[in-house]
Design a protein around this ligand. Structure first.
Ligand code: ATP
Ligand code: MG
Length: 465
């Protein structure tokens, strides 16, 4: 069997009609079997009773973006002259470059012109792919109001349901031989997680797909992934591993820190002579708790949260001596720890905002000898950093963050934290009840303490791809 014959066989198994495989062969575009399944679903959109939207989502690196451009350019655009396609992508640092790379990879055999300036790729038959970039949802408005025969959306869960709806209204045609359609690719997580799951994943799981078709992506689908990339994904823990390696859409359900183990992460003793640097973080509240955590790092990149001060309905004048007393419970070179020994003392942005009398909570603390610095407030990367530091002891990923059991509020709240269903990579916010039970103030303080330059190594590596 020749390689092309084998390719045709894989295509037929995936459900691709013969003429679609001919298109791919003519373009010299070789897709892998899961990508071909997505292309077969795209062809179902031709039928009057077929779907109008194809979603290809799940694990990172499955070959989704590659497929999207291949399907639009090598199949759709070739068989209908003058087809107008919009490809929407969120602008990242390397996105334009990425489009350029993919274009070169995919369309060497297809005569076309590309205006990098206008972001428009025009094939010899007059079909076009307009590369639309957006930073924020409102940037998409520039493309709306026009008519497109095909719309491709990259990372669809970065969009709200409302915006997706707006986009669908532009997917219409005046061509008698074409049925308009929307293709989307995505990973689980993001503001659009909940609507995407409802629209694409649930009908697929129920075997009751009508207007949509969903293709589940796996990392293992793509033999072009380099082994290092797969190792990065395998090194992830918690929800990130479930979402990005396994392509699991159920991450919104349940506990956020699934790798937290009491017997590993919660310490009953800690030898403070190991401490190299000391630091504090404050999460401010009046009716809610004000929580201050004291942490230290050792020489091996481990971080220990050793003490906690948590009180509500107190003013800074009362907190300040209590914070000093907390420090004094610990020692540094045979004397008691003092505020001036701290490498940093960070606090949430609210303590720096002006109150009606012009003062700030931070300035009140400054008068009491405590200089607060703004903490990194980015929630998602902050939680990810904590997750990363907890490691995954059950699967041999070493933990680098530990909490002393005397930090009672923190120890109580961490296992209770849940995913935010509408933004699963974030923690659902919870307030304490009127008796002060519950609440996530201690977790926020931990996030400030840990998220110095919060971007997990894994994320940094992933962004590099
Ligand atoms: N059929 C193929 N032939 C050649 N290279 C491919 C093929 N499919 C995917 N690749 C390459 O594999 C790499 C990863 O694919 P791609 O970027 O499409 O994955 P993705 O699912 O969109 O990833 P992410 O979830 O990170 O967005 C890219 O370099 C892509 O060009
Ligand atoms: Mg992609």
């Amino acid at each position: 069997m020749t390689p092309w014959e084998r390719y045709f066989l894989v295509g037929r198994r995936a459900g691709c009609p013969m003429d679609q495989m001919d298109q791919f062969q003519a373009a010299d575009v070789v897709l892998q079997s899961r990508q071909l399944a997505a292309s077969a679903a795209a062809r179902l959109c031709d039928r009057a009773d077929g779907p109008t939207a194809v979603g290809y989502g799940g694990a990172r690196g499955g070959g989704k973006s590659h497929w999207l451009l291949a399907q639009m350019g090598a199949d759709d655009a070739q068989r209908v002259p003058g087809l107008k396609c919009l490809l929407l992508r969120k602008v990242g640092k390397a996105n334009l470059e990425h489009f350029e790379d993919l274009r070169r990879k995919l369309f060497t055999n297809l005569g076309h012109e590309f205006s990098a300036f206008r972001g428009i790729l025009t094939f010899n038959n007059g079909s076009r792919i307009i590369a639309g970039h957006f930073q924020n949802e409102k940037d998409i408005d520039a493309y709306l109001g026009l008519e497109y025969d095909v719309i491709g959306i990259e990372e669809a869960t970065t969009l709200t349901a409302r915006k997706y709806q707006d986009i669908t209204t532009c997917c219409r045609t005046s061509k008698p031989n074409w049925r308009p359609r929307i293709y989307s690719t995505t990973n689980p997580g993001g503001v659009g997680h909940a609507w995407y799951r409802k629209r694409f994943i649930e009908p697929w799981q129920r075997h009751a797909e009508g207007e949509t078709r969903f293709i589940a992506a796996r990392v293992t689908d793509n033999r072009w992934n380099n082994p290092e990339y797969v190792r990065v994904l395998e090194g992830l823990t918690g929800w990130q591993r479930r979402a990005w390696l396994d392509g699991d859409w159920d991450i919104a359900a349940g506990q956020f820190f699934t790798t937290l183990r009491r017997e590993v992460h919660i310490l009953s003793e800690f030898d403070e002579t190991r401490a190299r640097e000391w630091f504090c973080a404050l999460d401010y509240g009046f009716t809610h708790y004000t929580v201050v955590l004291l942490g230290c790092s050792d020489g091996d990149g481990n971080l220990f949260v050793v003490d906690e001060h948590a009180e509500r309905l107190w003013l800074p004048q009362r907190h300040a001596p209590a914070i000093a007393a907390m420090l004094a419970r610990h020692a540094i070179s045979n004397r008691r720890l003092e505020i001036t020994d701290l490498k940093r003392f960070v606090a949430g942005a609210d303590v720096f905002s002006r109150q009606s009398d012009g003062s700030t909570v931070a300035s009140q603390y400054a008068k009491l000898g405590i200089t607060l610095k703004p903490a990194n407030m980015e929630r998602v990367s902050g939680w990810a950093e904590i997750l990363h530091r907890f490691g995954d002891p059950a699967n041999g990923v070493k933990p680098r963050l530990f909490v002393h059991e005397r930090c009672a509020r923190l120890v109580e709240c961490l296992p209770a934290l849940q995913h935010d269903p509408s933004r699963p990579e974030d923690v659902l916010k919870v307030d304490c009840d009127e008796d002060g039970v519950g609440g996530d103030d201690a977790a926020d303080a931990l996030r400030y303490l840990v998220a110095t330059k919060a971007r997990t190594i894994a994320q940094r590596k992933l962004r590099g791809f």
